[in-house]
Design a protein around this ligand. Structure first.
Ligand SMILES: *Cc1c(COP(=O)(O)O)cnc(C)c1O
Length: 351
């Protein structure tokens, strides 16, 4: 049985969070002398002399509408990487018996967050076609881990994990189930945010770094029950999202048509590459993708292709050492011109 309180580190349950000046007074006053800010203004071209809203209320109001959730179900982080780190720290006492569960091959930051926090790792590899199987689901349900990360669509493989298997994990796992949907905007299936009411142990991660084109801004989202969001807010750095980021996020959310245009172009680029790559003699397999990248198996030597592309000034991601990914490179879908340059270079690979 899932019981949130038993998953939270005892010291975090007991601690009193930092109460900032902006928590204690949230209104508009004539004279703001409570936070040791500079009332004269800012160095540089833009006024940032006031601390930002620690709970990012304006951004969450817009996001709540876009995603069909309540503001109290939203956490914003300095990238979703901050949410990953906070979820590990929220549930796992460092250096002890607590563990997190990963399903490799998958996103590298889960392991880094565990290592940084001195938290044990358990691994249950995905099947050869990078899926959940009944055996793997049974393994997850039997695990004592505090947290399982399910990346869907998965990085670096590009595929969605079977929804029925994820639902089974959500129903039977005792810990938190984190579904990382960094690439959800490129998939045709509904987000797991639509099922938050059903699963009190579900945390959905999304990001502005991919389809929104805002990787440099550093803004990630976690969606979960208000109780979980409350704990994340309790342990986050008080002003984790800058005023510049909050203002830019509001502007981006108001530009939904541009977002949709970017998304459609990337989807078209993915199709364009996926249709042409299999014809190349050096390509052994193009894995199906619901993301903005393609995992491609090259023959006879993927690393030789990788090094060759580098010499042509084209950098892709070498995934040959990842479990189950021998011989593969991960190719991000770029602009139409970049996709053409990549394909032309691969065509010209000296046999
Ligand atoms: C890119 C990516 C993220 C995004 O991280 P940010 O910190 O929001 O930039 C998260 N999860 C996965 C699986 C990713 O590939």
């Amino acid at each position: 049985m899932f019981e949130l309180e038993t998953l939270i580190r005892p010291n975090i349950r007991a601690m009193k969070p930092y109460s900032s000046a902006r928590d204690e007074f949230t209104g508009e006053a004539q004279v703001m002398l409570d936070a040791n800010e500079n009332s004269l203004g800012s160095a540089g071209p833009t006024q940032f002399n006031r601390y930002p809203d620690p709970l990012q209320r304006a951004v969450k109001a817009e996001l709540a509408e876009l995603k069909g959730v309540e503001p109290a179900q939203i956490f914003l982080g300095n990238g979703s990487d901050e949410a990953i780190d906070l979820l590990v720290r929220l549930t796992c006492t460092p250096g002890g018996a607590d563990s997190i569960l990963l399903l490799p091959p998958t996103y590298g930051m889960y392991e880094v967050a565990a290592n940084l926090n001195d938290v044990r790792l358990e691994r249950l590899p995905l099947t050869a076609d990078f899926q959940l199987s009944p055996d793997i689901v049974a393994g997850v349900l039997a695990s004592p881990a505090k947290l399982v990360f399910l990346c869907s669509p998965n990085n670096p493989t590009g595929n969605l994990l079977h929804a029925a298997a994820i639902a089974e994990i959500l129903r039977g796992f005792r810990g938190l189930v984190v579904v990382d949907e960094a690439y959800a905007d490129f998939a045709a299936t509904p987000s797991w945010t639509t099922r938050l009411a059903e699963f009190p142990n579900l945390v959905v991660l999304q990001t502005f770094s991919k389809a929104w084109g805002l990787a440099g801004l550093r803004l990630g989202m976690a969606f979960a029950a208000p109780e979980i969001i409350g704990y994340l807010n309790k342990i986050k750095p008080p002003y984790n999202i800058s005023e510049a980021t909050q203002q830019h996020a509001l502007a981006a959310l108001a530009a939904a048509p541009h977002f949709e245009e970017l998304r459609q172009q990337l989807l078209a680029g993915r199709t364009w590459l996926a249709e042409r790559l299999p014809a190349l003699p050096i390509v052994a397999e193009v894995f199906p993708s619901d993301a903005n990248f393609l995992l491609v198996r090259f023959r006879p030597d993927a690393t030789a292709v990788y090094d060759y592309l580098l010499r042509q000034g084209i950098v892709v991601r070498n995934r040959t050492t990842q479990p189950g990914c021998a011989g593969t490179l991960r190719l991000t879908v770029g602009s139409a011109a970049e996709n053409e340059t990549l394909l032309a270079a691969l065509r010209a690979f000296p046999a």
